[in-house]
Design a binder for this molecule. Structure first.
Ligand code: F6P
Length: 358
């Protein structure tokens, strides 16, 4: 008997179901021994508290196109994973016990950065773990692409597309806030695809003066509107000088719900222009995966399925230079894949006239 545990962890994204379906189909179609699939509910919590469902192939039928995760998910921060829960339960020990009680051969974890750190910890603790890279942020180290990202780019791009006509009608400056607290892959790609005039990323601190100059330059050239794609984690040059603690305090005490609203107020004050903020928010993580993500997540799932059959554990399945790769979990854990301000895509965007506020 081959017993597989599976869970989805952290913020959801599109194609989680497609990826799980890929794993299960591959294993069921190719295993020489009977297979049992244990789906843990709501992320690592399910593994900690023994909340699971025994699933069959039928449970994975018809889910290629569905958004969200059939198992549910939750955030279970890595930084507190070693701390006992409110009842004194050792979470890591509990996960190990449940894994062994069910006599699992392996655990498949679909998750982002923090979740992969926990997966690595479990691997170091002796569990057989394989992970798949999910996140709309595309910030996992060791893979060029994560599933969920392209679907989110599509949605965020549509949001920017839709803003063009109303921005033009009213002759307004529009800020579209795109998800991405620490990294800017999503705002960068959606901003370029949606024809944003200015893109502000966490990796390139902006100078308010330069942003205003760029808007005024557009005015001079007769453009009626300006669209600014702002990452949730965009930061001004001034704020970037603050310590982490000081910046956290600034955000906590700010009268603005996010950096976009602060920026909007500053632009309005300095230019006298009407400024509006649009926040697509979790819409970016919702709904059906785009065709690219359906294919990509299915491929990752198939690769993970083969690894299970070969009993090859301790890796994240990734995609590098157009090839599927197996990256040791210890290499992935704790590293972020950020946008390099000197990357070709930034240079090219600048050649197109896109301003980054630097
Ligand atoms: O990690 C994915 C992500 O959507 C980020 O882009 C975003 O900053 C964050 O999650 C939002 O988290 P939550 O769903 O917990 O509000």
């Amino acid at each position: 008997m081959l017993r597989i545990g599976m869970l989805t962890s952290g913020g959801d994204c599109q194609a989680l179901n497609a990826a799980m379906r890929g794993v299960v189909k591959t294993v069921l179609n190719n295993s020489k021994e009977p297979v049992e699939i244990y789906g843990f509910e709501d992320g690592y919590k399910g593994l900690i508290y023994g909340k699971f469902r025994l699933l069959t192939g039928k449970d994975f039928a018809g889910i290629l196109t569905t958004g969200g995760t059939m198992l549910g998910t939750s955030r279970c921060p890595f930084k507190t994973i070693r701390e006992p829960d409110e009842n004194g339960l050792d979470k890591v020990e509990a996960m190990k016990q449940n894994y062994h009680k069910l006599q699992l051969d392996c655990l498949v974890m679909l998750g982002g950065n923090g979740s992969t750190k926990t997966a690595n910890l479990l691997s170091e603790e002796g569990l057989n773990v394989i992970t798949l890279p999910k996140t709309i942020d595309n910030d996992l180290w060791g893979t060029d692409m994560t599933f969920g990202f392209q679907s989110a780019v599509d949605i965020a791009t549509t949001a920017i597309d839709q803003i063009h006509t109303t921005a033009n009608s009213h002759g307004r400056v529009f800020i579209v806030e795109i998800m991405g607290h620490k990294v800017g892959w999503l705002p960068l790609n959606a901003g370029m695809a949606g024809g944003a005039d200015i893109i502000l990323l966490p990796e390139i601190p902006y100078d308010l003066k330069k942003v205003i100059e760029a808007i005024e330059e557009r005015d001079k050239r007769g453009s009626r509107f300006t669209i600014i794609a702002v990452a949730e984690g965009a930061i001004s040059k001034e704020d970037a000088k603050l310590s982490k603690k000081e910046y956290k305090k600034k955000l906590e005490t700010s009268k603005y719900p996010s950096v976009s609203y602060e920026l909007a107020a500053q632009i309005q004050k300095k230019t006298g222009r009407e400024v509006r903020v649009t926040v697509p928010g979790h819409v970016q993580r919702g709904g059906s995966p785009c065709p690219y993500d359906r294919v990509f997540a299915s491929r990752l799932g198939a690769e993970a399925g083969v690894m299970i059959l070969k009993k090859k554990y301790g890796f994240m399945v990734g995609y590098k230079n157009r090839e599927m790769v197996q990256v040791p979990l210890k290499e992935v854990a704790g590293k972020l894949k950020t946008v390099d301000p000197k990357a070709d895509i930034i240079k090219e965007a600048k050649l197109l006239g896109i301003h980054f506020g630097d």
